[in-house]
Design a protein around this ligand. Structure first.
Ligand code: C2E
Ligand code: MG
Ligand code: MG
Length: 348
């Protein structure tokens, strides 16, 4: 990694032209010990004046544009004013994340999972939400990766787990008093959390503390978490199942070795990714693929939950293919705990 400093530029496009020149020069094959090497580079450009107070400020912005370039697969990326705003927001979120986790500012909302044969709610997925003081609600797709990078993910995951178990136990105690069957709660686990040494003990403690029946808890993991270290994953999955807790494979179909995963691992539930539900709508081929997957899951005695069902037509097609459990905006959006209580009260 190199930094190039240009004290003054005549025009805004001059640094970019310089970047092209540098890249062209570096592309000339380099022969070392008879091996010809081609060097590809990514360059980020920060153009500015007094808004930057320190060298570190400039380098941080360059880093930010660099990660953007790599994400977008670009060779040159100029840091823009919009990126500056985004970078400031990201920095603020990163800075506030540890205290948000510790102060309980991140709470789960609950999205119902519905039995589409009778429309009844059979469980919920707990989804983390952060209500930020200044920036308003922040999506988990933004703060979960940050928590993963900074190793806060285990703490965050434990908190969501505890809150989800406590709430579902409260719901189920109310239902038991009315002779209604208990409902289950799904909780998402990140790779780090899933493989953490303390997980089995923590799970046992959380279940005991909340009083939730272990078979009402479902842990959602993704394919990529299993593939990296299959033997260890199977061991960990068995430990979880020994506690009576169930396992679901989330976002099924977005990974690589898809079908293989279903046979190899001790799973209870498969969540069919929303992209498959969308493919159902693009005609014959899509439908044949989804039907094959659904039939295979059935043969393996796995329960299938279809994710991201938004329209009546999607619901009808999924139902016709024999999937009875649906989670999607067609039925319900994720909702806070109070709304869950109101919904269940209403259903009564
Ligand atoms: P996921 O586990 O696959 O969760 C389903 C996501 O799809 C949720 O997004 C949900 O709001 C959204 N969704 C549900 N039904 C529909 C629909 O009909 N249409 C569309 N377009 N979307 C629908 P959300 O809440 O933004 O969460 C995004 C992802 O963040 C989750 O995907 C999960 O991977 C992760 N996540 C959320 N909470 C946690 C958590 O507590 N821990 C960990 N490790 N990850 C979490
Ligand atoms: Mg999930
Ligand atoms: Mg999913």
């Amino acid at each position: 990694e190199f930094a190039i400093f240009i004290p003054q530029t005549a025009t805004a496009s001059q640094p970019v032209r310089l970047c092209y020149q540098i890249q062209r020069l570096l592309l000339q094959p380099l022969v070392i010990d008879g091996v010809s090497l081609e060097i590809y580079t990514t360059i980020s450009v920060v153009i500015g004046g007094n808004e930057y107070k320190t060298v570190e400020d400039v380098l941080r912005c360059a880093d930010f544009a660099m990660s953007k370039a790599k994400k977008l697969n670009k060779r040159i990326q100029v840091f823009s004013q919009r990126m500056y705003q985004e970078a400031l927001e990201t920095l603020a979120i990163q800075r506030d994340l540890p205290s948000a986790i510790r102060n309980g500012a991140i709470k789960p909302v609950f999205q119902p999972i519905v039995d589409c044969s009778n429309g009844e709610v059979i469980g919920f997925e707990a989804l983390a939400r952060w209500q930020h003081e200044r920036q308003g609600p922040i999506s988990p797709s933004r703060f979960i990766p940050m928590a993963e990078e900074s190793n806060l993910i285990v703490e965050l995951g434990e908190q969501v787990l505890q809150q989800a178990c406590q709430f579902m136990q409260q719901v189920n105690a109310m239902r038991a008093a009315r002779q209604l069957p208990p409902l289950s709660v799904h909780v998402n686990f990140a790779a780090h959390h899933f493989s953490s040494m303390t997980l089995p003990d923590n799970l046992r403690a959380t279940l005991a503390q909340s009083g939730l029946a272990p078979d009402q808890l479902v842990i959602e993991i993704t394919e990529s978490m299993l593939i990296e270290r299959p033997a260890e994953s199977i061991k960990r999955m068995k430990q979880i199942k020994e506690l009576g807790v169930k396992l679901a494979l989330d976002d099924f179909g977005t990974g690589y070795s898809a079908l293989n995963t279903l046979c190899q691992y001790p799973l209870d539930i498969v969540k069919l990714d929303r992209s498959f539900v969308l493919r159902l709508m693009d005609g014959q081929q899509g439908e044949a693929l989804v039907r094959a997957i659904i039939n295979m899951a059935k043969d393996l005695n796995l329960i299938m939950v279809a994710e991201g069902v938004e329209t009546e037509e999607q619901q009808r097609k999924i139902k016709a293919l024999g999937v009875s459990e649906i989670q999607g905006f067609y039925y319900y959006r994720p909702m806070p705990a109070e709304d869950v209580l109101a919904l269940l009260e209403q259903a009564r």
